[in-house]
Write a protein of this length. Structure first.
Ligand code: S3P
Length: 189
């Protein structure tokens, strides 16, 4: 008698987050979107897009320089184009700048299967993190960045609040925030 071994069938393993195709992190400057986004993409084995990096590549200059030389409207135009290109790809974690989600209809117009996550921070934490090192934030320039952040947050909060998942990002570690997002994805795919 010949015993035939059945070759292992290469069945596609259902992805635990198959209902979700994109995660879009919204929130103010310094709320940790890029750090968490990078970690999350690594965990999901998805692509990570930092939208400010994409803008800088397209404009061939820093965000700060683009603001100074071409103005905020031009920055928003390039940012909008880069965001649309990023969202065309499935299995993507997008960390846009804090102003990207404010364009009318932007959050409402996301492709199906996009999970929006608001990283909520106080103006004090935002300014401490956003102005501490690295990138210059032109919108926080001036003599009282905390007051400026307070004012901008007041204007923006209503839009950020439309995100599906809200996370208190002030004290939590990036790893804890990633765990919370993954848990939400698993529970609601
Ligand atoms: C902006 C946030 C910045 C950057 C630009 C404008 C904003 O990105 O896109 O300075 O309008 O809130 P981060 O949120 O990554 O700091």
């Amino acid at each position: 008698m010949m015993v035939m071994t059945v070759p292992a069938v290469d069945r596609p393993v259902p992805h635990p987050h198959s209902g979700w195709q994109r995660v879009v992190l919204v929130g103010f400057m310094g709320s940790g979107k890029s750090t968490v986004g990078r970690l999350l993409a690594h965990r999901l084995e998805w692509t990570f897009v930092d939208l400010d990096d994409e803008v800088e590549a397209r404009a061939d200059c820093s965000v700060d320089e683009l603001f100074r030389v071409a103005g905020e409207a031009e920055f928003r135009r390039v940012e909008g184009e880069a965001g649309a290109a990023a969202l065309a790809r499935p299995r993507t974690v997008l960390a846009p700048g804090g102003g990207w989600s404010l364009a009318p209809g932007r959050l409402e117009g996301l492709p199906a299967g996009s999970l929006t996550v608001w990283h909520e921070v106080t103006p004090e934490v935002a300014v401490r993190r956003a102005t501490g090192h690295g990138r210059v934030r032109p919108l926080l320039a001036g003599s009282d960045p905390v007051e400026r952040a307070r004012e901008l947050l007041r204007q923006r909060e209503e839009v950020y609040r439309r995100a599906r998942l809200h996370l208190e990002a002030g004290a939590a570690t990036p790893a804890a925030l990633v765990n919370a997002i993954v848990a939400h994805m698993k529970g609601s795919a």
